[in-house]
Design a protein around this ligand. Structure first.
Ligand code: UDX
Ligand code: UDX
Length: 454
């Protein structure tokens, strides 16, 4: 069997590497129109940082895992085609700021229709609005190359989280496969089930109709994000009342009906999925004439925006209402630890807010490149002398009035804070946006310490 995956990103790359590892008899080729990215996948420095990924790629690359820019040839030779291209939120026209921009999905469907000369099984991996499979089918059947081929479209949403992608792929809570309830659809579903069944216990592979599968992905992310917004809303109440948000989260998380996960209060959730998927759900609800449903979910995003703002405001207030010309060290820039992905990271908002207050901001992140940080905050090619990037946490903190922790990287927990304290003007402040630092110890040293929900 030949598998082709279109899109060599955070989703396509690790997922295909795992399939190649577990199915040595299947040839897996990942294609991307971005030649630089493909070159990086073929080099010693992979384009994405993900713990454990290097090992998996090293084992399979050149054996049954290939990275290539030959999109059309690879599609032609494939039996199964995964689509893992990005589906950003539309920035223009109808649905701007909410609806998903499906132009990449559409262009991929057109390419498949143009080059396929055998029937294909097309698997949606990208998160997409409900009923996208229908769009893909429509384009395929209207653009066949005259050979009357019938392709099948499946939905197989990705539930891996960045930073733990390899572990998530190795032993997923579930694999979800949606297909049409027709003989052809059933056969296609079975083909994909057989790929995953090589390493995933059969009872964890769920099959549903297409729309249930597509919708489940949006709903899973909406529920996860809702938990974070819920606990973040309570963090503000904790600060006002003297309750401690970690104690509250622990107490309620012990209730097995609630559960302990995704109750960590923070400066706000980021990542390429949560906000985008909720906004998609909002758009979908509006489209189907359900404004109450739309409003309900939209508030999860609004609470998150507010939490990010609340954190920047807290910094400015405590620094005697002015950060102008003060050096502020921002530790962490990725949207969470163990990834170099910065999409929708709370750090972007916090750094921009501080710059707009005329602070001099020095960012340090163990995995995010300096030019990425500058591009995310200022925009491509824009320069601002107030923003700089340090190559260590210590360098960032020297001379800083405040340390602001935005990402929960483990290395921040064990910094030599005595040494850092002595290099800072006084009073020296710490704002822990992730509740990871030893606050009592820091106070002991002399820091003025602020955390979330404490
Ligand atoms: C993407 C989507 O963002 C997300 O909605 C979905 O859940 C999974 O796929 P990710 O892998 O993180 O997630 O995206 P990204 O890292 O941007 O990778 C997408 C890749 O597709 C890029 O490398 C891009 O160059 C490539 N691409 C895009 C193509 O090869 N062809 C296209 O037409 C469009
Ligand atoms: C998410 C989903 O978890 C995954 O199933 C889906 O396939 C893609 O979207 P991801 O965006 O990679 O994965 O990261 P996730 O671990 O879910 O974290 C999202 C954001 O929430 C991060 O900014 C994280 O720091 C934040 N978060 C998470 C909290 O603030 N508190 C928590 O308790 C958990």
């Amino acid at each position: 069997m030949n598998i082709c995956c279109i899109g060599a990103g955070y989703v396509g790359g690790p997922t295909m590497a795992m399939i190649a590892l577990k199915a040595p008899d299947i040839t897996v080729t990942v294609v991307d129109m971005n030649a630089g990215r493909i070159a990086a996948w073929n080099s010693d420095t992979l384009p994405i940082y993900e713990p454990g990924l290097d090992d998996v790629v090293k084992k399979c690359r050149g054996r049954n895992l290939f990275f290539s820019t030959a999109v059309k040839e690879t599609i032609k030779a494939a039996d199964l085609i995964f689509v893992a291209v990005n589906t950003p939120t539309k920035t223009y026209g109808v649905g701007a700021g909410r609806a998903a921009d499906l132009r990449f999905i559409e262009s991929v469907a057109r390419t498949i229709a143009e080059v396929a000369d055998t029937p294909k099984i097309i698997v949606e991996k990208s998160t997409i609005p409900v009923k996208t499979a229908e769009t893909i089918k429509d384009i395929l059947s209207a653009n066949g190359n005259g050979q009357g081929l019938t392709h099948q479209v499946l939905s197989n949403p990705e539930f891996l989280a960045e930073g733990t992608a390899i572990a998530d792929l190795l032993s997923p809570d579930r694999v979800l496969i949606g297909g049409e309830k027709t003989p052809g659809g059933d056969l296609a579903v079975k083909t994909l089930v057989d790929v995953y069944a090589r390493w995933v216990p059969r009872e964890r592979i769920i099959t549903t109709n297409l729309w249930s599968s597509e919708l489940s992905k949006l709903v899973a992310n909406a529920f996860l994000a809702q938990r974070i917004s819920s606990i973040n809303s309570i963090s503000a109440l904790c600060e006002a009342t003297g309750a401690d948000v970690d104690e509250v989260a622990n107490a309620i998380g012990k209730d097995s009906r609630i559960g302990a996960k995704f109750l960590k209060a923070s400066v706000g959730f980021g990542g390429s999925c949560f906000q985008k998927d909720i906004l998609n759900l909002v758009y979908l609800s509006q489209h189907f004439g359900l404004p109450e449903v739309a409003d309900y979910w939209e508030h999860v995003v609004r609470m998150n925006d507010w939490q990010k703002k609340r954190f920047s405001v807290k910094i400015v207030r405590n620094l005697f209402n002015s950060v102008a010309e003060k050096r502020i060290a921002v530790l962490g820039f990725a949207f969470k630890k163990d990834t170099n992905d910065t999409r929708e990271s709370a750090a972007i908002t916090v750094v921009r807010d501080l710059l707009s207050e005329q602070a001099r901001v020095v960012v340090y992140d163990p995995k995010v490149a300096a030019d990425e940080i500058e591009k995310d905050v200022l925009g491509q090619g824009v320069d601002d002398p107030r923003l700089s990037v340090a190559s260590s946490a210590y360098d960032a903190c020297v001379g800083a009035h405040a340390i602001v922790v935005v990402t929960e990287w483990d290395e921040f927990k064990t910094l030599d804070f005595k040494k850092i304290y002595s290099s800072m003007p006084k009073p020296a402040f710490v704002f822990d946006g992730r509740n990871i630092l030893p606050l009592a110890e820091l106070k002991e040293i002399g820091f003025r310490v602020y955390a979330i929900g404490k």
